[in-house]
Design a protein around this ligand. Sequence first.
Ligand code: PXP
Length: 248
Amino acid sequence: MSTHEPAPIPRLHVNIDHVATVRQARREAFPDPVEWALRCEAAGAHGITCHLRKDRRHIQDADIHRLREVVTTLLNLECSLDDSMLTLAESSGSEAFCLVPENRLEISTEGGLDVIRETPRLRDAVPRLTEAGGAVSIFIDPDPRQLDAAAALGVPFVELHTGAYANARGAVRAAELERLTEASRHARAVGLRVNAGHGLDFENTAPIAAIEGIEELNIGFAVVARSLFDGVDRCVTDMLRLIEGARP
Ligand code: PXP
């Protein structure tokens, strides 16, 4: 059953992109990210996330169609503001969309979308995706000015970029955690619901899962990478336990 109901404990949405990265390394039919998504669901994941990039470096158009046929939790599609990507997103049948910046040379999504600068394009994209039937989120840095701009657009969700937190250590990481905590508070005060993700792993997720108001965590690389050693079922179960244990 798919749901956007507020949950007392953050939901785990597994990002399956990098299963497709391995497949595309050889242009083979395996490992199949769709089959892997079903294993995540069977292990308890609450949703499946993927990013259809313009360069098609991992997820392919056919994957989206196949995911739509079999995913029974919630399908969350990340896409850029490029018109051709929005057109594909509109016909994808996804229950959720996350608008992300996209830079051809980046290794992964590097920063949040600059909502202030992109407001004109967002004014077109948000109603298009909402009409397509999905709850729209914007991937955003934990910056109050960006959050205010997102609220002004009337999106229901933002996804807070946790990359700076994940990359930092010691006092800098503590400061980034504080920024995310404050951003979650600010977002809810201006009427936004809050998700988070990027760079989260088995060591750094618990403090993020403990932040009040965060409803959903999008986690990809760490789960895919560790599953090579420990298997997908154990990795999803371990991550779910870790998230559940982070809330009092
Ligand atoms: N959330 C968003 C918006 C992303 O773009 C990504 C990376 O594709 C993730 C979450 C997941 O990041 P990671 O693979 O580092 O867990």
